[in-house]
Design a protein around this ligand. Structure first.
Ligand SMILES: *[C@@H]1O[C@H](CO)[C@@H](O)[C@H](O)[C@H]1NC(C)=O
Ligand SMILES: *[C@@H]1O[C@H](CO)[C@@H](O)[C@H](O)[C@H]1NC(C)=O
Ligand SMILES: *[C@@H]1O[C@H](CO)[C@@H](O)[C@H](O)[C@H]1NC(C)=O
Ligand SMILES: *[C@@H]1O[C@H](CO)[C@@H](O)[C@H](O)[C@H]1NC(C)=O
Length: 368
């Protein structure tokens, strides 16, 4: 039995608490949720690192739809992992840096995502928790779980857990803005590095016992308000930025191929791939079908399409506008979706939809 349990054995009420933790983790129906990625998934980890407000959202109006205080989530409310946890009848998983001090409480899973993070270590280096560093934290949690629920318990917990990823957008926005990178790598070479690093991380988690992977594709990153604003300022056109759309498509093709390979070569490896790119394009093409009236401009921000990252007034730009009707908007700020948009994405991922393949997320939470 784990050392924590041995420690408290003398106190019978603590010992029985210990046993109940132990057996609930062994419960067949217990599915922990581990979340990795960038601002689309960050529930507040960046509140605890030394970074700038460019990579933080722990101030109003962020969170105003659903939280009494801003949490660090880059939206007016809940994120995709919050809805997935809710559909699975679990509570939201907490930011790793918020609970690691408590030295435990990882049985439900935990969120490692960090706004601004990329698959490449160089992306926003020093200001974010890179994917590699997130993997390092996960390995610590894996060790901690052995103490909490024992070797057998943690093995079961990790193999039955769900691992969710949203990563890559920041690697590509960095690429198109950085002439050193543009000169050093072709688009395909760069995509291969980004997807290659993701592959390493998936395989490391597999080695720790992970089997059920939920992967969100790179979305329509050329169509976000910040991209349209940049296009407008350069060309006076408001279309999506072509090079970002191309990179997203190349990335997603390579990613799907990788996932197919892993599922073929690693026994028990299962995945659910969400085509965030196509679902975003469909919402942008047919807003009313999804209950939106504004799919180009952000609710919160300034400049063309409110595409400047001024929402909240704390990123060196004190002036910003805030729409009164956020439920009509696809985007809350310069690049991030509204809670309503996150809810629709989570619904698409959870059950059968044209955007999820080959497994839906619900199947990963069913009793096995
Ligand atoms: C955080 O970063 C600032 C600016 O780079 C630096 O001056 C400060 O010492 C850092 N603080 C910590 C705790 O690392
Ligand atoms: C919530 O925000 C208010 C005002 O912004 C602040 O006074 C209060 O301390 C915050 N509460 C928590 C629990 O952080
Ligand atoms: C561009 O990328 C290179 C290579 O990763 C990096 O050293 C450099 O700091 C980047 N430049 C800017 C302006 O971010
Ligand atoms: C990711 O790619 C970088 C190159 O940008 C490399 O230095 C790093 O070791 C890679 N990390 C992983 C986990 O593969």
């Amino acid at each position: 039995m784990a050392s924590f349990c041995v420690h408290v054995f003398a106190l019978s009420f603590l010992a029985s608490f210990c046993n109940s933790v132990h057996s609930s983790a062994l419960n067949k129906h217990h599915v922990a949720l581990f979340v990795f990625g960038d601002s689309i998934f960050d529930a507040g980890n960046n509140n605890y690192i030394n970074t700038t407000n460019d990579f933080k959202a722990n101030f109003r109006p962020y969170g105003e739809t659903s939280f009494p205080n801003a949490t660090g989530r880059f939206s007016d409310g809940r994120l995709i992992p919050d809805f997935i946890a809710n559909f699975a009848k679990k509570s939201s998983v907490k930011p790793y840096l918020a609970i690691k001090k408590l030295n435990g409480g990882f049985i439900n899973g935990v969120n490692f995502a960090s706004a601004g993070a990329g698959s490449l270590d160089g992306t926003n280096a020093g200001l974010v928790i890179s994917l590699k560093a997130q993997l390092g934290y996960f390995k610590k949690v894996s060790q901690q779980l052995k103490k909490e629920v024992g070797n057998e318990g943690s093995k079961k917990l990790l193999s039955n857990a769900v691992y969710m990823f949203n990563i890559g957008s920041n690697d590509y926005s960095n690429y198109v803005l950085n002439s050193t990178l543009l000169n050093a790598y072709t688009q395909n070479q760069y995509v291969d590095m980004v997807v290659g690093n993701m592959s390493t991380v998936f395989q490391e988690i597999y080695k720790e016992g992970g089997r059920k992977f939920v992967i969100v594709s790179v979305g329509a990153i050329g169509c976000v308000p910040a991209a349209r604003a940049a296009n407008f300022r350069q060309t006076v056109r408001s279309e999506c930025v072509e090079i970002l759309q191309t990179l997203a498509k190349l990335h997603n093709q390579a990613l799907l191929k990788l996932l197919n390979n892993l599922a073929t070569n690693l026994p028990g490896f299962k995945y659910s791939y969400f085509d965030y790119f196509q679902s975003s394009i469909d919402a942008i093409s047919n807003p009313s079908t999804y209950g939106f009236t504004e799919v180009k401009a952000a609710c919160c921000g300034s400049g063309p399409f409110r595409g400047d990252p001024s929402c909240g007034g704390k990123r060196g730009m004190p002036f910003y506008e805030l729409c009164p009707d956020v439920q009509n908007f696809l985007y809350f700020d310069f690049v991030h979706p509204t809670e309503k948009s996150n809810h629709l994405s989570a619904i698409s991922m959870w059950d059968t939809s044209p955007y999820v393949t080959p497994n839906n997320v619900k199947s990963f939470f069913l009793p096995y």
